[in-house]
Write a protein that binds this ligand. Structure first.
Ligand SMILES: [Zn+2]
Length: 133
């Protein structure tokens, strides 16, 4: 499955809209049901309006009613890792998400659990404790 996810992420990067950074990113998010949602980064002249590939894939899935995820592949020119905003956004739904970071040749640079990329991520049990649960 991971090879299929890797190829999906690389393919998704081809749709990246990156007139400012020219840094294409593709993501492929595997749901607990085995469905793949892909995303690319979409930049904007108003820079903060830019959305990353990982969150594009996430919001596509959540907007279709899917909230359980097992694996994410992120493809960048350099095998880079998800940004902090994306780590937090993903943590909301899948703290134990397995993340694979590859370049456009499919070479794996890193593999990690989201929980290890975002120690003490905000949400989940922290919020339950705050609510007295
Ligand atoms: Zn990001």
């Amino acid at each position: 499955m991971s090879e299929k996810l890797i190829q999906s992420a690389i393919r998704a990067s081809e749709n990246a809209y990156v007139p400012y950074s020219h840094y294409r990113v593709g993501a492929a998010l595997l749901t607990a049901d085995g469905v793949i949602y892909t995303g690319c980064n979409v930049e904007n002249a108003s820079y903060p309006a830019t959305i990353c590939a990982e969150r594009t894939a996430l919001v596509k899935a959540v907007s279709e009613g899917v909230k359980e995820f097992d694996m994410l592949v992120v493809a960048t020119p350099t095998g880079g890792s998800p940004c902090g905003v994306c780590r937090q956004a993903l943590y909301e739904f899948a703290p134990d998400l397995h993340i694979i970071m590859v370049d456009f040749t499919g070479k794996i640079y890193h593999e990690a659990k989201l929980r290890d990329l975002l120690p003490l991520g905000f949400g989940g049990s922290h919020l339950d404790e705050a609510k007295g649960k």
